[in-house]
Design a protein around this ligand. Structure first.
Ligand code: SF4
Length: 458
């Protein structure tokens, strides 16, 4: 098929939701959307690209384009379908991929002309080629795990005001099988790695003086040998970096030493629960290894590593007292930052299947329900009502991010060990405090969207 102009692709990163008249967006959610940059890098040469970040700017629906690509997560599904409906009204085809597309393909397939299931490395270039040549297929399914050889094309971020932290990927997936985790459901409890030289090349290009690097890996240390090899290679760079890690790394002295020497400033650790019964229920009893969270935190601190601790509530043994004790634990341990969330039954996870089977889901599809709002508990917990769990989670955040608590945690030696991290501590805690009320009750999707969600022709 000959064309008078080059094929034009529009990439979109949808927001979670927006209230009518809302000014600005949740600031802690405004990091560079690396999946969009990956799709840009996977787009064959000769295709013109434009990128809209729905969190930062209006989408120019009427700008001419041949195809729209949206990466969908469960929290952004409703908004993605709204955006697709706008384009459908204009006769523009929409393709969707991402976690939600893989874990919930029947639903997502209703709102897009083509569906990418699994990782996009091999299928996305083929999909674009098919659209360019007028032979699109409905489903593009990745077989197995691709080699991670592509470097994100960050040129699409030019002129957009993201948080000043550089996001780089080394490993994708995780070998553990926590029952609530959509990541491990998506990747089938496996992990793949980019070649270290690619990571180093990318760092050399994107790194800015004084900026923190965030390795966005789901679990950087799922394969400790691979993580140690990366860290050894990072030592000469004199980076400052943060990432996400499972607790096992805290009991490997060599890994802790390499983290310190390679410039690790902190890691997010999913402690999830302090209750052995809760950890057993979520298949995360490994969090109790070698003395559990308190010993792990002492080990991290000894190596100057700050901790973003995340906790989830709503398992059968959890009560208001459990949440109260967890906040006290996070304060006593002087966590740098922390998250206190209810468990979320993501489609495709064992948790969701179990709650559905037991008839404990409050909504057929909470992520699409008109009545659902961010922070609402979408299932019936055993130890308290859904409303009480929601209330206690919000109160936990308010207590942890109250100024008195911030100042007390600021006295923890590791949090004030350097001027840079001390200033960062104040800024990031203030930002989290500010965002508590902003997120609370946020609608999923844009509240000003009018009309029906338009389904694709089957
Ligand atoms: S350790 Fe983290 S990334 Fe891995 S399965 Fe558990 S929650 Fe998911």
């Amino acid at each position: 098929m000959s064309r008078a102009r080059p094929f034009h692709l529009t990439l979109i990163h949808p927001c979670v939701g927006r209230r009518a008249g809302m000014k600005g967006y949740i600031r802690t959610w405004q990091m560079e959307p690396v999946p969009a940059a990956m799709l840009a890098a996977l787009t064959p040469p000769g295709v013109e690209k434009r990128f809209f970040d729905d969190r930062l700017e209006p989408i120019a629906y009427d700008a001419p384009t041949d195809l729209v690509a949206i990466s969908v997560e469960t929290y952004t599904a409703r908004r993605a379908y709204q955006i697709a409906s706008e384009y459908r009204r204009r006769g523009v085809p929409v393709v969707m991929g991402g976690f939600h597309a893989t874990l919930c393909p029947e639903e997502v397939g209703r709102y897009c002309e083509s569906l990418v299931i699994g990782e996009a490395e091999r299928t996305f270039p083929e999909l674009i080629d098919d659209y360019r040549h007028g032979r699109p297929q409905k489903v593009y399914r990745a077989e197995g795990r691709p080699a991670l050889t592509v470097t994100p094309d960050r040129s699409i971020f030019a002129g957009k005001r993201y948080l000043g932290i550089r996001l780089v990927e080394f490993a994708r997936g995780c070998r553990f099988k926590c029952d609530f985790c959509a990541i491990t459901a998506f990747f089938g409890a496996s992990q793949s790695h980019r070649p270290i030289e690619r990571v180093l090349e990318e760092l050399a290009r994107v790194r800015r003086r004084g900026q923190m690097v965030f390795f966005i890996d789901d679990n950087l240390v799922s394969n400790l040998a691979a993580a140690k090899a990366l860290m050894r290679a990072l030592i000469p760079l004199k980076l400052r970096w943060v990432s996400q890690a499972s607790i096992n790394v805290a009991f490997d002295e060599e890994a802790l030493e390499l983290m310190r020497r390679s410039g690790c400033q902190g890691v997010l650790v999913g402690f999830e629960s302090l209750e052995p019964a809760g950890l057993a229920e979520m298949n995360k009893r490994f969090n109790l290894m070698h003395g559990g969270p308190r010993q792990a935190l002492a080990n991290f601190r000894r190596h100057g590593i700050r901790i973003y601790g995340t906790f989830i509530f709503g398992y059968d043994a959890d009560t208001a007292a459990t949440i109260d004790a967890t906040v006290r634990f996070a304060q006593e341990e002087g966590l740098y930052i922390a998250a206190f969330n209810h468990i979320t039954p993501f489609p495709g996870t064992p948790l969701e299947a179990r709650l559905r089977e037991a008839g404990r889901l409050r909504f057929e599809r909470w992520w699409l329900d008109d009545a659902y709002r961010y922070n609402m508990v979408p299932f019936h917990p055993k130890g308290m009502s859904a409303e009480a769990l929601e209330h206690h989670c919000v109160q936990a955040r308010r207590r942890f991010y109250a100024w008195r608590s911030i100042l007390a945690r600021g006295r923890q030696r590791v949090n004030r060990a350097t001027l840079y991290m001390m200033a960062n501590f104040v800024a990031i805690n203030a930002l989290h405090q500010w965002d508590i009320e902003g997120r609370n009750g946020l609608p999923l999707g844009d509240a000003t969207f009018r009309g029906e969600l338009l389904e694709a022709a089957s």
